[in-house]
Design a binder for this molecule. Structure first.
Ligand SMILES: Cc1cc2nc3c(=O)[nH]c(=O)nc-3n(C[C@H](O)[C@H](O)[C@H](O)COP(=O)(O)O)c2cc1C
Length: 136
């Protein structure tokens, strides 16, 4: 009962939001377990998706999500791209509940010698400004 009440609380937050921003560090090619726990609370049959005769249907309509992905390496392209399980997974699970308007900002290469935190942040700031100009 307590778990259900907590799930309701988290789902209500999502339903009441216009824009959902997820700030996500990449952990072992995927998302942190805490974010996975949040997902497991908000992806709920009858509340955020339903089963229909045509298959599952997302019930969270009209939302926009911005996913900020921080990673030590470069995962959006190049040799580590096949290890990018985080962006496809987040797009899939958000899409599953009906959130298909998803933009991704990358703060990547934080531990890469040729990039590092300063350049990664500058790139992410530029991506964010571009995105916010579209949203506004
Ligand atoms: C447990 C753990 C696993 C990580 N796995 C990855 C990984 O698979 N790929 C990657 O590019 N960075 C990985 N990183 C680096 C983090 O993504 C990076 O440190 C984080 O986005 C930046 O946050 P911080 O400045 O708080 O460390 C990992 C970090 C930790 C702590």
């Amino acid at each position: 009962m307590e778990a259900l009440a907590y799930s309701d609380l988290l789902i209500n937050e999502v339903v009441e939001a216009d824009v959902i921003v997820l700030a996500v560090p990449v952990h072992n090619f995927s998302i942190p377990s805490t974010l996975k726990a949040w997902i497991d609370h908000i992806v709920r049959a009858g509340r955020t998706f339903s089963y229909t005769s045509n298959g599952p249907k997302g019930l969270v309509a009209g939302k926009r999500a911005i996913v900020v992905l921080a990673s030590g390496g470069v995962c959006s392209h190049g040799p580590a791209k096949p290890l990018d399980f985080h962006e496809p997974y987040l797009r899939a699970v958000l899409g599953f509940i009906g959130i298909t308007n998803v933009d991704v900002v990358r703060v990547e290469g934080l531990a890469n010698r040729a990039i590092g935190p300063e350049k990664a942040l500058a790139s992410a700031t530029a991506q964010s400004k571009q995105l916010l100009a579209q949203v506004a």
